[in-house]
Design a protein around this ligand. Structure first.
Ligand code: HEM
Length: 171
């Protein structure tokens, strides 16, 4: 592959990974706890974030990070040559890549569906009668707890991927 194309691919992979991981860190450590702290207004904030296409940004940056990563892995292992794949560097990029792939799958399924459900419940609450509101509030609280745990687990997977990739060339 042409040297400048390889460098562009590598730079794109690192930029996309930085955007994805940075956004996931901010959401998991600051935005979600703040949404919980502010009470009912938190639901409106979630709905606004969804309208501003947060889910598309997270899904798009995750998918492009993984796609560029798989392409880089193909180049690094010279087309999946076993002796490179099972070398220390190959294992670091391979295991890191699996962590990144798993983070994308879990983020798209558990978090994607959970946030969509929470946003829908938050919108329903605005017009629902008092009796239904309590049930919606309880479902939102349960969802919030589950999503909090899931988002931290996904964040750990992404950090493991980042650390393995940071050292992969030097093993
Ligand atoms: C959370 C997801 C990911 C993060 C944070 C991430 C981060 C990074 C970073 C920072 C580098 C640069 C390492 C250096 O300068 O030595 C890198 C390189 C690399 N990444 Fe990822 N990455 C992710 C996902 C993936 C995936 C899913 C794959 C697919 C197997 C992958 C494959 C690679 C490869 C092969 C390289 C080395 C490219 C080269 O030959 O220089 N990455 N990654």
């Amino acid at each position: 592959m042409d040297g400048s194309l390889f460098l562009s691919l590598r730079a794109a992979h690192i930029l996309l990974a930085a955007l994805w991981l940075g956004a996931a860190f901010l959401l998991s450590m600051f935005v979600m706890p703040a949404v919980r702290d502010v009470g009912p207004a938190g639901g409106q904030l979630m709905a606004t974030l969804q309208k501003r296409k947060l889910h598309a940004f997270m899904g798009g940056s995750a998918a492009l990070t993984v796609l560029t990563g798989i392409w880089l892995y193909w180049l690094f292992t010279a087309g999946l040559q076993e002796q490179v794949m099972f070398s220390p560097g190959g294992l670091a990029f391979g295991i890191g890549g699996m962590c990144g792939l798993l983070a994308m799958i879990l983020g798209g399924t558990i978090l994607g569906r959970g946030f969509a459900r929470m946003t829908a419940l938050g919108e329903k609450m605005a017009t629902a009668p008092e009796a239904e509101r309590a049930a919606h509030m309880q479902e939102i609280a349960v969802l919030r707890g589950r999503l909090g745990i899931a988002s931290k687990f996904i964040l750990v997977l992404m950090i493991v991927a980042l650390l393995l990739m940071a050292v992969g060339h030097y093993l």
